[in-house]
Design a protein around this ligand. Structure first.
Ligand SMILES: Cc1ncc(COP(=O)(O)O)c(C=O)c1O
Length: 397
């Protein structure tokens, strides 16, 4: 028998991944994958960038880059974040292989076996898996429509999460809850965390995907609002905009943290893909990002509206959801007695799939909820798929 390490024994398979294998069946309507739409990728822009690149730069793209990142990209990402008033001059930035690597690096930096990490509940499964792989104990705090529930957080930090080292939050167009934190909740949270010995990991891959200009101010990161004294590690990503195949994200944190992060990354992959770093750098430098983002916002907002209208029309009144102001997801709360797995079995039979709630529960238990992703499904199939799921829910009422 193979004697796997303790941290591997902690790992459980991701139901999202298991479902993805079913999702490749062309007849299934899948709302399962949290990925961007293939038809929206900036293929033409990237073709143009590559075809007009200097040969010298193309060759740089094939070579290793410095561990913290391809220097021109570090500069252009800093410029991009400076425009959001993030404190790029008093912090350092490292390019990572997706923001998931940044989360893993932070876990590696701060979590010893048995340490407590606070997360939201529900929580992005990549986050909980990363913390569990470092053998942390996770305390999940429920969310309402405005963000993490402060009373629950305070109770946890007075009790079982007293010595928590790290709090991991994804405040903007949450995966899977679809919510965005209100300004008041962010302020309350920052005030509460002040003076506590805890690092805040602010994970922000959907920041640009707001559906209306009036929602933009909701996406102001906590690291912008109050860079000090709460130590905030801010992560972002090109995955939900340029594409996850770029495998590029970033981590903005104090020089002390970035210094250690570089050491951690060195042994993980030495550097992120130089090839895609060169392309992403040109994308930013040539001013291609903003017009492209406008296209994305319009397309995802249209899809969300189609799904939401269809849910309103077909879902039983016992179900509840927050209409998202951005991002990829609608999170449906079912009555307590309904098990989303039972709903999934019926709906899969009829040809539509989604991700069941317990996938995102740090304890893997709470299952009267489900995540519908509207980003990837062909637009013309959203209505048909939602109707199938609504019928399946009704069958279980
Ligand atoms: C909240 C959240 N954080 C991080 C990631 C990881 O993204 P990537 O590693 O592709 O940047 C995802 C991807 O689904 C996500 O939803």
């Amino acid at each position: 028998m193979l004697n796997f390490s303790k941290c591997v024994q902690e790992m459980r398979t991701s139901e999202i991944r298991d479902l993805m294998s079913v999702a490749t069946n062309p007849n299934i309507i899948s709302f399962a994958g949290g990925m961007p739409n293939n038809d929206l990728f900036p293929v033409e822009e990237i073709d143009e960038i590559y075809n007009t690149l200097d040969d010298k730069v193309k060759k740089i793209g094939f070579q290793y880059a410095p561990t913290p990142g391809y220097p021109p990209l570090i500069e252009s990402v800093k410029e991009y974040l400076r425009a959001k008033e993030l404190p790029v001059d008093t912090n350092d930035l490292i390019i990572t292989s997706g923001s998931l690597q940044a989360i893993n690096i932070i876990a590696k930096l701060f979590v010893n076996p048995g340490d407590t990490v606070i997360t939201e509940s529900p929580c992005f499964i990549g986050g909980t898996s990363a913390f569990k792989s470092y053998q942390s104990k996770i305390v999940g705090i429920p969310l309402d429509a405005d963000g993490i529930i402060m009373n629950d957080l305070k109770t946890a930090m007075d009790n079982d999460a007293k010595n928590a080292k790290l709090i991991y939050l994804s405040p903007y167009f949450h995966n899977p809850a679809g919510i965005v934190y209100s300004k008041e909740r962010k302020n309350e949270l920052l005030n509460y965390l002040q003076g506590k010995e805890i690092v805040l990991l602010e994970d922000d891959p959907y920041n640009e995907l707001y559906f209306d200009e009036s929602y933009k101010e909701l996406t102001i990161p906590m690291k912008t609002i109050q860079p000090e004294p709460v130590p905030i590690c801010y992560t972002g990503s090109f995955s939900k905009i340029l594409g996850p195949g770029m495998r590029l994200g970033w981590l903005l944190a104090s020089p002390e943290i970035i210094n250690k992060a570089q050491l951690a990354k060195q042994s993980m992959d030495a550097c992120s893909s130089t090839f895609t770093q060169v392309l992403a750098d040109q994308f930013l430098r040539q001013g291609k990002l903003q017009p492209y983002l406008e296209r994305l916002r319009a397309a995802y907002s249209k899809r969300m509206k189609i799904m939401n209208d269809c849910l309103k029309e077909n879902m039983p009144t016992e179900t509840k959801w927050v209409v998202p102001k951005g991002g990829f997801y609608i999170w449906i709360n079912l009555p307590e007695h309904i098990d989303a797995l039972e709903v999934l079995k019926i709906s899969m039979d009829k040809g539509a799939i989604f991700v069941i709630g317990k996938t995102f529960d740090p304890n893997g238990v709470k299952n009267n909820c489900l995540r519908l992703s509207f980003s990837h499904t062909p637009e013309g199939l959203i209505e048909k798929g939602v109707k199938i799921i609504a019928e399946a829910v009704k069958a279980k009422l």
